[in-house]
Design a protein around this ligand. Structure first.
Ligand code: SOE
Length: 394
């Protein structure tokens, strides 16, 4: 069925900053490149500042606006609520939407605390029994090279996993004058680099290996304790007077941790927004007893694969350009070799979510997967607060 004849799926989105723009692009683009079984209609964008919401709705392609998430959730023409707000509000919006019978896509990390995440999982499970679906936005799972990495592990091509190394490196906070945003406020964001980008690292490690982290030992640090309060934000950056008032940073700037994996392997993780020169480097390497995989999001169309069973004289890392129609999602886009970018994974997320809703299946990553990541983040925080004590995960 093509996008024009499929039954409509009314979408409402709360939040319209960086993630809201990325999700809007995905809702707009998905039916144009993929044959979706339901046709997403971008019905309503919600937010408290009426003027700003209207302007964002016009820019991002939403038909209407709502001045609160409660108003949005209550609308009969909204079948799915997309939550793109700071973590503090995820639980209340997602739970209310699920209880109102709306499918939910919620940005990561799932929540700010384990308690909130548990309540969200309970609401998601109760809703699933009524055919209402939920998904958490660990978007990088939908990068074709990441899909291929998971497939190679599942097919046994690297054998038993011995090491997982994941670094998520950015540098947008390295400048001590970079302004305060909600991402630096514990009340709003739950944690800093750990939750914002370390959560992706944990989810990717678990997704690619198919294993769980069973215990961690961590260190966290805040390098810059006060920053200027910004007047306005665009993307991750703010603008304001050089002489603006300063406010406290209440989250970590960097987090590192060691982990054990359920299959017996060891993990090393690093999340920082102070890695000067690294912009959005998700560097991942998995070593198994039959081979290895290596990926860097800054070269996101490439996966390196070493087959250790090959003749040692010619074995070595092979550079696979993941842009063939045989690769996940790729055939719907450009001719072989033309490559995809950051935004495509958001489109794939929407494609998979809509497909699952139409098929009456629970999409992944589920809220339960989001809770599993949350438990790791919480364990790292507890460990770091207690001299890197080992914290086992149940
Ligand atoms: C900021 O560090 C951020 O926007 C994250 O919040 C996103 O999840 C990631 O995709 C890019 O970086």
């Amino acid at each position: 069925m093509d996008g024009t004849t499929a039954a409509p799926l009314g979408v409402g989105m709360v939040g319209y900053a960086f993630m809201g723009a990325a999700h809007s692009q995905a809702w707009r683009t998905a039916p144009r490149f993929f044959d979706l079984p339901l046709h997403p209609e971008m019905r309503v964008l919600g937010g408290r500042d009426a003027v700003a919401v209207k302007s964002a709705a016009d820019r991002l392609g939403w038909q209407d606006t709502a001045s609160s998430w409660q108003e949005l959730v209550a609308r009969d023409d909204v079948d799915l609520v997309d939550v793109c707000t700071p973590g503090r509000t995820h639980a209340e919006i997602a739970i209310a939407a699920l209880e109102a019978g709306k499918h939910v896509l919620c940005e990561k990390p799932l929540a700010n605390t384990i308690e909130e995440a548990e309540a969200m999982v309970a609401a998601a499970e109760a809703a699933a029994a009524r055919g209402v679906r939920s998904m958490v936005g660990y978007t990088y799972r939908r990068v074709p090279a990441v899909q291929l990495a998971r497939q190679l592990v599942a097919d046994g091509r690297i054998g038993a996993v011995r090491h997982v190394r994941v670094q998520y490196l950015q540098d947008w906070l390295a400048d001590p004058e970079a302004p305060l945003s909600w991402r630096l406020d514990k009340q709003q964001a739950g944690s800093g680099a750990l939750g914002d980008i370390g959560s992706h690292a944990v989810d990717l490690a678990q997704f690619i290996t198919g294993e769980r982290l069973t215990g961690v030992s961590g260190l966290m640090e805040t390098f810059v304790h006060e920053r200027p309060v910004a007047a306005e934000f665009a993307g991750l950056h703010g603008t304001g007077d050089p002489g603006a008032a300063r406010g406290p940073v209440t989250v970590d700037d960097a987090a590192v941790f060691l982990a054990r994996l359920s299959g017996g392997g060891l993990g090393v993780f690093e999340a920082t927004r102070f890695a000067t020169g690294r912009k959005n480097a998700i560097r991942l390497e998995v070593n198994g007893d039959r081979g290895s995989l290596s990926f860097d999001f800054e070269d996101m169309n490439v996966l390196h694969f070493h087959d250790a069973t090959e003749d040692a004289a010619v074995a070595g890392f092979r550079r696979i350009v993941v842009t063939e129609p045989e690769h996940a999602y790729v055939g719907r886009w450009w001719p072989a070799g033309h490559g995809l970018g950051y935004e495509h994974a958001f489109t794939h997320q929407v494609v998979d979510l809509v497909g699952a809703i139409a098929a009456g299946q629970d999409p992944t990553p589920s809220f339960a997967d989001g809770l599993a990541v949350q438990r790791v983040l919480d364990a790292v925080e507890r460990s770091a607060a207690d001299d890197s004590r080992w914290v086992a995960l149940g």
